[in-house]
Design a protein around this ligand. Structure first.
Ligand SMILES: Nc1ncnc2c1ncn2[C@@H]1O[C@H](COP(=O)(O)OP(=O)(O)OP(=O)(O)O)[C@@H](O)[C@H]1O
Length: 723
């Protein structure tokens, strides 16, 4: 004990003497690691607090130390210990520090959700939908008035963000709903703000229960229109898979329309998503989860006639679910049905199509008007063997989806966009601070539907450069090659040449890659467009970003603020160029930042109009209209769906009601936490936990047991099967 005290005394003296030196940092971190290895948490925390109190060490060294401590120990004991100018709230937690800064700045720990957003109009909440986590509500940003969708998750340990949030934060694709901000509250709640998709659920549209008013033809009245939607779904799934993730809950309810006017679909609900590929290696998942009708057969195992865990599954389960979804959209019924969830699961495990024997062969009244290509796509998505199933890329390239316009543009027409990218990259490579600010803005900015559609279309047109089935992000090398071909080369050929001919296109375009994965994601592309002065930025847009970068909260973004949150090599770039015309430090106020951001590019030229991605509305009735609405309104199935939904809603609502007596509108997941549930599932092999139709684990194991008992018997003696 005495020795340890001496060690600390020496450490203290030493750190005081050589404050601000990296040697001190190394020693203190080494000491901390030792303590933690010996599980001396109390000492470690006091060491952490000590570092926070040392006032004479440089801010960046101090931040490194404090971050390192925090990643080991967690948040320090009290707020007073951290009053020396560093904003504790900005410090990323261990898993967040892996994320690029532009994404980290979306996680807010120092501001409460309720200080930034108002929920509902005149005290009345606007509910967008209800799920296992309670209601998803409309919230209004106080400063800008923009409306977002907000959901409250509960995490007992605020040091770790739920996987749903960490994965969601990393995604940026035109067909994936954007997670704008996550607020980590002191009471353990996590509020996530997503872009508001006001067009309603695809499920409600298909079932004819949507309350959203739409003009013109239904989006599901012809196969061509359904194909437009499916193409977007395949693009989103491929993107998620290319990020090494699996969604595990692809279903009609989890696709929402961006707005009532648009046929733009967005994927929501990453509650069951997980990282499946790490360091290039894909693992097999064992947890039984998903939504009843959409569960792939490999998720469920069969042993001696009883349902058990399968042998493991991978990303193919999302393609299976997509196949089920297309099946439902064109035929109006699910492929596998049953009296209850266990029945459905049993049928899936045994690959027994629903009551109608023709369903398996896609024949009968419901399939009369469905094209052979569409049936072929469904069949290939719903291959029983996962290895034989199409991949998401395969779905994108399937002939049935070739009828949908690709959004491709001639490369020449894209030259102004490529110039913008290079211009923004040059600015950002000279000024890393600008790159971070543009990245953060792109992650959180509100864009009008027109602006959003325009830049999404350019993004998709550039994606077409890559392959027939793009991965949802732009390859840096392909962009550089395209720039050289249509911009730099023609400029070089001109006798007097121009600035563009000599630009280092690779260095410039690579500077836009904030995630460092060799690809430009949609938010990085938007960041480039902001950096090029194309997207008009308003004061309300920069408020949160300004606050996030003003680390010491003195009302200016100083060089010290920026260096304290940047990596060393980035800070050097910052130091070299602080006086450059790009963005001089300190940034005194938001107006200065706004002016810098709204500066037009010197190379600017007229942007081309992107082609319409959505096919024109058919003048006459299409040759193969599945007439979903009619079909669904008559079908018995619709009743079943609605009854099930109502029951599910009622269950959730009663849970919500009970909770809301204690907590107002905050309606957390009734189970301890999703992650805990996931882990428990993995070890115990307990039943299926599917959102909305999710059966509680206990209830389900009861269902399984009682159900499977008679099943075993009835398999042997079919006549004894109960009705
Ligand atoms: N960004 C959004 N814009 C509009 N509506 C949304 C948005 N996010 C969710 N909703 C609505 O809220 C419903 C529930 O959302 P979500 O699925 O994310 O919640 P959950 O609690 O995770 O539900 P689940 O039980 O399905 O896991 C959705 O089905 C949808 O109708």
């Amino acid at each position: 004990m005495q020795k340890r005290q001496q060690f600390f005394a020496r450490l203290r003296a030493m750190t005081g003497k050589i404050a601000a030196s990296s040697v001190a940092a190394a020693i203190v971190v080494w000491g901390m690691r030792r303590l933690l290895r010996k599980k001396r948490f109390a000492k470690a925390v006091s060491c952490q607090n000590f570092i926070s109190n040392v006032s004479d060490i440089g801010v960046s060294v101090k931040n490194v130390l404090v971050n390192t401590m925090t990643s080991f120990v967690g948040t320090p004991a009290s707020n007073e210990t951290r009053s020396s100018g560093i904003d504790e709230s900005f410090e990323p937690r261990a898993e967040e520090s892996e994320l690029p800064l532009a994404i980290q700045s979306k996680v807010l720990r120092h501001i409460s959700f309720h200080d930034v957003y108002d929920i509902g109009k005149e005290g009345k909440e606007e509910v967008l939908g209800t799920g296992m986590h309670g209601a998803v509500l409309v919230a209004k940003h106080r400063k800008s008035g923009r409306r977002v969708a907000a959901k409250c998750l509960e995490e007992p340990d605020t040091n770790t963000l739920p996987e749903e949030v960490t994965l969601y934060l990393r995604l940026s694709h035109p067909n994936v709903c954007r997670l704008l901000q996550a607020f980590v509250e002191k009471n353990g709640e996590i509020w996530i703000c997503m872009e508001l998709c006001a067009g309603g659920e695809l499920f409600e549209l298909a079932a004819g229960t949507s309350s959203v008013k739409r003009e013109g033809a239904s989006m599901l009245d012809t196969e061509a229109r359904i194909a437009v939607l499916v193409k977007q779904m395949a693009a989103a799934i491929r993107y998620i898979h290319s990020m090494g993730m699996v969604h595990r809950d692809i279903k009609l309810e989890n696709w929402v329309f961006a707005s009532p006017q648009q046929e733009r679909l967005k994927l929501i609900d990453f509650g069951l998503a997980t990282q499946i590929v790490t360091e290039g290696r894909a693992k097999k998942l064992m947890q039984m989860c998903g939504t009843c009708y959409y569960v792939a057969p490999e998720i469920i195992g069969l042993k001696d006639g009883a349902i058990c865990k399968g042998d493991g599954y991978g990303q193919e389960v999302d393609v299976w679910a997509l196949g089920v979804l297309i099946y439902m959209l064109v035929s109006g019924m699910p492929p596998f049905n049953g009296k209850n969830h266990a029945d459905v699961i049993w049928n899936i495990a045994n690959f027994k199509y629903c009551d109608d024997p023709l369903a398996e062969h896609f024949e009968g009244r419901r399939w009369e008007n469905v094209s052979p290509q569409c049936k072929d796509l469904i069949r290939r998505c719903m291959e029983r063997e996962p290895e034989k199933r199409l991949t998401a890329a395969g779905v994108q390239m399937h002939p049935w989806l070739c009828q949908v316009a690709s959004g491709q543009m001639p490369l020449m027409a894209l030259a102004p966009v490529l110039k913008d990218l290079c211009f923004a990259g040059t600015r950002m490579s000279k000024c890393t601070a600008l790159a971070h600010i543009c990245g953060s803005l792109a992650s959180t900015i509100y864009l009008s539907p027109e602006t959003w559609t325009l830049y999404k279309d350019y993004f998709m047109a550039l994606e077409c450069l890559e392959t027939l089935a793009p991965k949802g992000a732009l390859s840096i090398s392909k962009l550089v090659a395209a720039f050289e071909e249509v911009v730099a080369q023609p400029e070089k050929e001109k006798s007097n040449g121009s600035e563009l001919a000599h630009v280092d296109s690779f260095r410039s375009i690579a500077a836009l890659d904030r995630t460092g994965d060799g690809r430009l994601h949609f938010f990085e592309f938007l960041g480039a467009m902001i950096g090029a002065g194309r997207i008009q930025i308003h004061e309300a847009d920069v408020a949160d970003v300004f606050a996030a970068f003003d680390v010491d909260r003195d009302g200016i973004i100083s060089e010290k603020d920026m260096t304290s949150i940047m990596k060393d090599q980035e800070a050097q770039v910052l130091n070299r160029t602080t006086s450059s015309e790009n963005l001089a430090f300190p940034i005194e106020d938001r107006t200065t930042l706004l002016e810098a951001l709204n500066r037009k590019p010197c190379w600017a030229s007229e942007l081309p109009m992107p082609p319409a991605v959505v096919p024109p509305k058919p003048v006459e009735a299409a040759p193969n209209p599945p007439q979903m609405q009619k079909l669904l309104s008559k079908a018995k199935l619709q009743m079943e769906w609605q009854v099930q939904r109502q029951v599910a809603y009622r269950d959730v609502r009663s849970a919500v009601k009970l909770k809301s007596l204690n907590r107002g509108y905050r309606t957390p997941d009734p189970s301890p936490t999703r992650n805990a549930e996931k882990e428990e599932d993995q070890t115990s092999g307990a039943g299926l936990g599917s959102p909305r139709h999710r059966i509680s684990k206990a209830a389900q194991s009861m269902v399984q047991l009682s159900d499977l008992d008679w099943r075993k018997r009835s398999e042997a003696e079919p006549s004894k099967r109960p009705n």
